[in-house]
Design a protein around this ligand. Sequence first.
Ligand code: CO
Ligand code: CO
Length: 318
Amino acid sequence: MKKLNHISDTNLLSSFENNEDAATYRLSNDMAVVFTTDFITPIVDDPFTFGQIAAANALSDIFAMGGKPLLALNIVCFPADRLDELEEIIRGGWEKVKEAGAIVAGGHSVKDNEPKYGLAVLGLVHPDKIIRNNKCQEGDSLILTKPLGTGIISTALKAGEITVSDTQEAISWMTKLNNISDAILKLPVNSMTDITGFGFLGHLSEMLKDSEFGADIVIDKVPILKGAIDLSARDIIPGGSLSNLKYFSCEVEKRIELDFAREILFYDAQTSGGLLISIEEKDAGQLLKLLKEEGFSESRMVGNIRKSGASDKKIRLI
Ligand code: CO
Ligand code: CO
């Protein structure tokens, strides 16, 4: 057993300060820990399903860095009179952690009127194989692994505008782990992030920020959940998605006609959304093939990375 290096900032390989998905810290030449936390308020009524979604969502940042989860701790805020529901939530979360190959090793709870659940997760990654969210290269293909629209669909469910059965597709994506295989991680992936609260264009902006690159997105290629555009056309849009539009649209140039009902989907705040992967064009076909074999049936190549001039908008919708 090698002695752990003296704790030092130079071993901190990434942190939330540079908008990375998780913090990573080098333990030795061939091992780093990757560390993240996330907890959310219920987005579906069924407690077991909520537990699954919240856990998949919290584990996602480990996968987005190219890491493997090792240990998880439950984070719980819950009303004292609804403890049987809480048991189901924790069971749902436990199942997902187990599926991810990790262990629930404890946790902490506090009484709270509004339930919240999530995880702190510790994972492992090789220090040279950390996949950062801001290393896109010119000519890369961009691949998105899950359809957009979970924010709009869950808002509609809360408002009673759709039935639980209308949300099955969205739920099956939100409960699906982003645990891509080693075969995928061996491909020359240049950059990767997971799509969560900032929406597709928000997270893409983060990938391009402070770089000399921009992206062209072919909007017809971007996978969108069935029914989501009809709902946004009826103005069923979460506040977070509207804030994303306000905040990130200054970096986006629309080169095609785009209805607002459709445009807002690209900014929709996602829970447990897919991965956005920037990979050399020659390997994009192989990546898509592997993703489909791993159940990411809606994976699509949605655009590519180009050089961008100082006066260009970072993202062009074409
Ligand atoms: Co993330
Ligand atoms: Co996160």
